[in-house]
Design a protein around this ligand. Sequence first.
Ligand code: UT7
Length: 391
Amino acid sequence: MTTLSMSAAAPRCFAVGSRAQSGGTRKATTAGRTARVSRARGASLIARAAFTPAGAKIAGVGMAVPTQYLTNDDLSELVDTNDEWIRTRTGIGKRHVISGDESLTSLAAEASKKALAAAGVAAEDLDLILLSTSSPDDLFGSACTVQAAIGATGALAVDLTAACSGFVVGVVNGVHFIRGGEYKNVLVVGADVLSRYVDWRDRGTCILFGDGCGAMVLTSTPDPSDCCLLGFDMHSDGAGNHNLTAQFAYEAGTDTAGKSKPTAEGGDAPSSRGAFCNIGMNGQEVFKFAVKTVPDTVSKSLEKAGMTSEDIDFLVMHQANQRIIDTAAKRFGLGPEKVVSNIAKYGNTSAGSVPIAMAEAVEEGRIKKGDVVATAGFGAGLTWASAILRW
Ligand code: UT7
C-alpha cells in the first residue's frame, strides 16, 4: 500500500524559494556522493529554479452531461431489475449516456468553457489542464483535444488516471502547481464516459454508471498563506485492484504479447488487436471499502487542516451510492442541508461526479465564497482521496 499524505499549508513546499533569498551555500548529493556547491554556482542554479510562492483560489466551476438519459424503467427492459430496487439500494433514478457526436472531449470542453466563464479567465491564459479520466477518447489521452476545443493554446494539457478519485487528486495537483509559483491559471477537469464499458446485461453494474463531466478553474493569489486547499489525504491499494476493473484483452488471432499469429491460410494476421473489457465489479467489497475509507480519509484531511467536522459547511463526496454518502454524513454528524447529493439525476459519473455536484451546488446558491467544503473520492485502483477546500 502506498500513502501520500501531507498538508498543503505546510511552508516546506517553498524551500527552494527561501534558499534563494538567503543566498547561502548548500549541499547537493549525486549518486550517493556529497559535493559542496560553490556559493556563486549554487546561487545561479537556485535563481533558475526559484519561483515566487503564491496562494491559490477556486475561481469557477462548470459541468456538462449528455443529452440522452436512461431511467430505471428503461433498464428494467434490459435486465431483471426495477425502479424500487435501484432507488432503495443506490438512490439512483436515471443516468445520462453519450450518443451521436457527443464524446468525452465534447463534454469536457463544454464544462470547461462554463468554468472559465464563471472564473472570468480566458482560455488562452490557462497554463495547465489536468484532465482526470479513465475513459479518454484516445489511448494517448484526451487532455490535448480538450485544450484544442477550448482554445487554451498556451497550456500544457495532460491526462491523470485515478478513477473516481481522479478529480480530488487533480485539484491537489493543480493547487500545488500554483503554490509553487510557476503556474497562474490551472483547469482541473473530471470526466468519464463509462457507458462505453458498461455491460448492459449485468444488472450489478449497468444500473450504476452514467456519463458526465465537471471542471474547476484554480488561479493564483499573491499571498502564499491564502490557499483554498486547507488539508488533503490520498491513498492507493493495488492489492484490491481486482474488485473493480475494465481490463485490456487481446482479440482472438493475436497472442497474449500482442504479436500476430499465423492464420489458417499460412500468412500472418494483419496486426495485433484488442479492447478493454466491460466493467467488472465486486459491489459488496467496494461498498465495504468505501464506507471504511471515506470517513477515515476525511478525518485525516480535517486533522491536517486543524479542523473538526463541525467546521464543514458542505460534504461533496463521490456520488456512487446514496447509502455510502449517508454513512459518511452520519459519521460526521452532518444533516442533509450540509450534504450535496445529485446521484438521483446522474448516477455514478466516476471522475465527473465530484465536480458536477460542486458546480450544481454553486449554481443553486448553496456553496458560497468562504464555505468550507469537505470532498472525497474513492474507486478503482483501488484509490481514495479527500481534501478540505475553502471556497
Ligand atoms: O465508483 C465506483 C465505486 N463503486 C461503488 O461504490 C459500488 C459499491 N457497491 C454498491 O453500491 C452496491 O454493492 C450495489 C448497488 C452494486 C449492490 O447493492 P447491494 O445492496 O450490495 O446488493 P447485493 O449485491 O448484496 O445483492 C442483493 C440482492 C441479490 O439477490 P439475492 O442473492 O439476495 O437474491 C442480488 O442478486 O439484490 C440482487 N440484485 C438486484 N436486484 C434487482 C443485485 N443487483 C440488482 C438489481 N436489481 N440491479
